[in-house]
Unconditional design. Structure first.
Length: 298
């Protein structure tokens, strides 16, 4: 959805550098909402800013390493070709070769660290990042997997298969009792003495019974007439590009909400079917028990 991606202009790159220097790395939404930088970056999303900043850092790192290696090679060629200095020339050339071999893009190093599934260190690091995300989000009912993924993507540079790794790790943490999953949301399990002797499933059942089903959450708040008028006035003052970007973001958010609603509806249908099956089983068992008692009386 939205307009096709366009090539980054020098003005947009400059605005991105200014925004990072002003607000810091990872605060992409804050940069987009900046009154000075927002109009310049109106056609970009927070994901676009994150990817562009990563590519810019990779390019700068690789080019600076190549320049450093070239300057070292030039020094080698400019040195006198005497037998007394041959050992020094050999050492300088060897250092330059080693530096070129060791140069790795930031994204490559990050991907290797995340994909080392057999390393206990990488597993514990991903555990800590997930715990950090849930703790900093600090949502009373827990955080949805999509919310956790968005937080981590804004703060770090995960690999391409991050969604698969995150889903598997969330399941492991929930199974081990470190996280509680209630209504498709995760929160950190309380470590208190009252949990001793009880399994995570027992705690989860209690949480489900205590937490009421909320119909019409904060996402469906009613807007007052003044708020609607203010929003219309703001949209009227937008440039065509800013209006198109805002419309694209609104459509994307609406699609995400619809997808979550459809998934919740499917889960509700499955739960209802399971409840009906359990009720039918209970009725059949009760009928069988009555028949046996009747036979004994006869």
């Amino acid at each position: 959805m939205g307009a096709p991606k366009q090539r980054w202009t020098s003005e947009e790159e400059g605005a991105l550098r200014t925004g990072v220097a002003k607000h810091g790395v990872g605060n992409w939404r804050t940069i987009l909402n900046d009154p000075e930088l927002g109009p310049i970056l109106c056609s970009r999303s927070n994901v676009d800013l994150k990817d562009k900043w990563r590519n810019m850092n990779v390019t700068v790192t690789a080019s600076s390493s190549r320049d450093k290696a070239r300057s070292t090679v030039k020094k080698t060629r400019a040195a006198p070709k005497n037998n007394d200095n041959s050992a020094a020339i050999s050492t300088i050339t060897s250092d330059a070769d080693d530096e070129i071999v060791d140069v790795k893009p930031i994204a490559s190093v990050s991907s290797e660290a995340w994909n080392a599934s057999n390393s206990k260190k990488s597993h514990s690091r991903l555990d800590n990042i997930i715990m950090e995300a849930i703790k900093n989000l600090n949502e009373p009912a827990g955080s949805h997997r999509t919310t956790i993924a968005n937080y981590i993507e804004e703060q770090y540079w995960p690999p391409n298969d991050f969604d698969h790794l995150l889903s598997a790790k969330l399941k492991d943490l929930a199974a081990s009792g470190k996280l509680l999953k209630v209504n498709r949301k995760y929160r950190i399990a309380p470590s208190s003495p009252r949990l001793e002797g009880r399994t995570p499933k027992m705690v989860l059942l209690e949480d489900v019974q205590r937490e009421p089903v909320k119909v019409g959450s904060d996402a469906s708040k009613n807007l007052t007439r003044s708020q609607v008028d203010a929003e219309l006035a703001r949209m009227a003052s937008m440039t065509p590009e800013a209006a198109a970007a805002a419309a694209a973001r609104a459509v994307a958010e609406a699609e995400a909400i619809m997808a979550e609603a459809e998934a919740a509806a499917r889960e509700a249908e499955v739960a209802e079917a399971e409840a009906q099956a359990a009720q039918a089983f209970a009725e059949a068992a009760l009928l069988t028990l009555k028949n046996r008692n009747a036979v004994k009386l006869v």
